[in-house]
Design a protein around this ligand. Structure first.
Ligand code: AMP
Length: 217
């Protein structure tokens, strides 16, 4: 099978993974796979997976690996692999990274978005989710609070609450942060400063991808 690039975006909650992955998917034609977004869709549609996942999402814990494995396998099998993938929010722990290794899809690059914790909390508390298209965005993007992508209604994500976000950052430190060394040891990790304007960060990432993978644009 002809498989396009496989890029992972890694970073704490609020580091801008979703925003950057979405921008790259638009500019470079990657499939953007956000496990958080898929799970929120399953919850909204009250599917079996959604009903099992919701209690973990609500309290800011990780959904059990077995559920995520099903979600990710279904998704990877349902899209055109030639366009390449950007994984946002997966893997979230070493077990999930090993599962991805077992799928024999070669990982080309892991981008780590570096953002200090005080900025993370402010960013998460100021963000909104569109109930129509699922886009996550800063509340300042439109004056009347409508979605900057589709004009739909935006709401605060139920797990973007101050106490829950603190827990999500702890979960990140304990379970997800070890992936930084995991991929660094494989020579795949590149760190990017995630504190600037989204466009500038995106240009840095695009340049990195172009240099490292000699690919599209
Ligand atoms: P995110 O949109 O990536 O911040 O994810 C929101 C929530 O979905 C997380 O706090 C977890 O409860 C759940 N989640 C998303 N991706 C994963 C994953 N790979 N493994 C376990 N839980 C996940």
């Amino acid at each position: 099978m002809d498989i396009g690039d496989l890029i992972i975006i890694l970073g704490p909650p609020g580091s801008g993974k979703g925003t950057q992955a979405e921008m790259l998917s638009e500019k470079m034609d990657y499939n953007h796979i956000s496990t958080g977004e898929i799970l929120r869709g399953e919850v909204a549609n009250k599917t079996d997976i959604g009903q099992q996942a919701s209690k973990y999402i609500e309290r800011g814990s990780l959904v059990p690996d077995e559920l995520i494995f099903d979600v990710i396998k279904n998704k990877l099998n349902s899209i055109n692999p030639k366009n390449g993938f950007i994984l946002d929010g997966f893997p979230r722990n070493i077990e999930q990274a090993e599962m991805l290794d077992d799928l024999n899809k070669k990982i080309d690059l892991v981008i780590y978005l570096n953002v200090p914790e005080n900025i993370l909390i402010d960013r998460v508390l100021g963000r909104r989710e569109c109930v129509e298209c699922g886009a996550i965005q800063d509340e300042s993007l439109t004056e009347d609070g409508s979605c900057y992508v589709c004009g739909g209604k935006t709401v605060v994500r139920s797990d973007d609450d101050r106490e829950i976000i603190k827990h999500r950052i702890e979960v990140y430190e304990n379970e997800t942060h070890p992936l930084k060394d995991y991929y660094d040891e494989k020579g795949l990790l590149v760190q990017v400063d995630g504190t600037g304007a989204p466009d500038e960060i995106n240009n840095t990432i695009k340049d990195l991808i172009t240099t490292r993978l000699y690919s599209r644009i």
